[in-house]
Write a protein that binds this ligand. Structure first.
Ligand code: GLV
Length: 335
């Protein structure tokens, strides 16, 4: 039966993976990096059994109502704020994501941003490229100290813990906030505090929380005011966790030394205020973007989709209750 299943690949992924998919499914491969409108996505999924999507495709009740055969939406991302998971459960659609396989690459990128922002790497390079380096100066482009300082992590999931481990290599003390305190064995010496405590205590703060209504503008003007003067803030979580306008004010005034940002409100549009600032390092939502990691993410997403379409519970199921529902069973219909 699986040979007649139709799956949609909503955004371009490695062609070799698509070729393998074509061995077992009828594949509608969008082969595009362009964002789809909700109407385009609904049309594309209208007759699909499974969908591989990125974090840019929004899955909600309205879309699901137009896709009666759809059994699984498989996100090629760990964050899943693009998916209304409750709507999927109500509609009988399994929703999956790609945890774990991107922990290390994403933690590396958080550190790339922290190092670059603290040590003014982007600004220094722009200085050189503009031909402005005329002589060596004792106080030239002095940055913020990292080694021996206190690293704060807000969101101590698997990626947060990978970031914390790297901090120990820099002789940093690690403080963290997580809704639930980790078991001591997983803390690895890091100290739990409430979020305010982390902001007040840490010399540098990295944000790794999922985006939801409860984390919208988790860091705004009042929270930035709690941070140490001269601190560095890194956001690899999601746009919207930080109030970008408030951050721009804190960077412009020098209240924060610098920021490193991979995610933005309304991305790919940037608040133009960032572009005028020297003390911010900006990357276009690429924290997990290495060939090996993107390959692992796509493979896990395909594996999740394969499992559901074969009637097996997938490894990374976001809505376990769906597995028991009659609504899910009703979607499993032969072509
Ligand atoms: C990337 O942002 C992801 O959620 O995987």
């Amino acid at each position: 039966m699986s040979s007649t299943r139709r799956v949609v690949v909503a955004r371009r992924v490695f062609p070799a993976l698509i070729d393998a998919l074509k061995q077992r499914y009828e594949v509608v491969d969008n082969q595009s990096d362009a964002d789809l409108t909700p109407e385009q996505l609904t049309r594309m999924l209208a007759d699909a059994d499974g969908a591989l999507i990125s974090g840019r495709e929004r899955i909600d009740a309205a879309l699901l109502a137009g896709c009666p055969r759809l059994q699984v939406v498989s996100n090629i991302a760990v964050g899943y704020n693009n998916i209304d998971v409750d709507a999927c459960t109500a509609a009988g659609v399994a929703a999956t994501n790609t945890p774990d396989v991107l922990n290390e690459a994403t933690a590396d990128h958080a550190w790339a941003l922290l190092l670059a922002a603290a040590r003014r790497v982007g600004e220094s390079e722009r200085f050189l490229r503009a031909g402005r380096w005329k002589r060596w100066e004792f106080e030239m482009l002095m940055g913020a100290e990292l080694h021996g300082t206190t690293l704060g992590i807000i969101g101590m999931g698997r990626i947060g813990r990978a970031i914390a481990r790297r901090g120990l290599g820099f002789d940093m003390r690690v403080v963290y906030h997580n809704r639930t305190r980790l078991p001591a064995a997983q803390e690895n010496g890091a100290l739990w505090m409430d979020a305010e405590g982390v902001l007040r205590t840490a010399d540098h703060v990295i944000l790794v929380v999922p985006y939801s209504p409860s984390t919208h503008h988790l860091i705004g003007a009042p929270q930035l005011a709690l941070m140490k003067p001269g601190a560095v803030l890194v956001n690899i979580a999601r746009g919207g966790v930080v109030d970008d306008a408030a951050l721009i004010d804190a960077l412009r005034s020098g209240r924060l030394a610098a920021a490193g940002l991979d995610v933005f409100e309304n991305e790919p549009q940037l608040n133009p205020g960032f572009l005028d600032l020297e003390n911010v390092v900006l990357t276009p939502h690429i924290a997990s973007s290495t060939r090996a990691t993107r390959n692992a993410m796509a493979r896990l997403a395909i594996d999740n989709m394969d499992s559901v379409l074969a009637g097996r519970r997938p490894a990374a199921l976001l809505n376990p209750p769906v597995w028991e529902t009659a609504a899910r069973a009703a979607r499993v219909t032969p072509r």
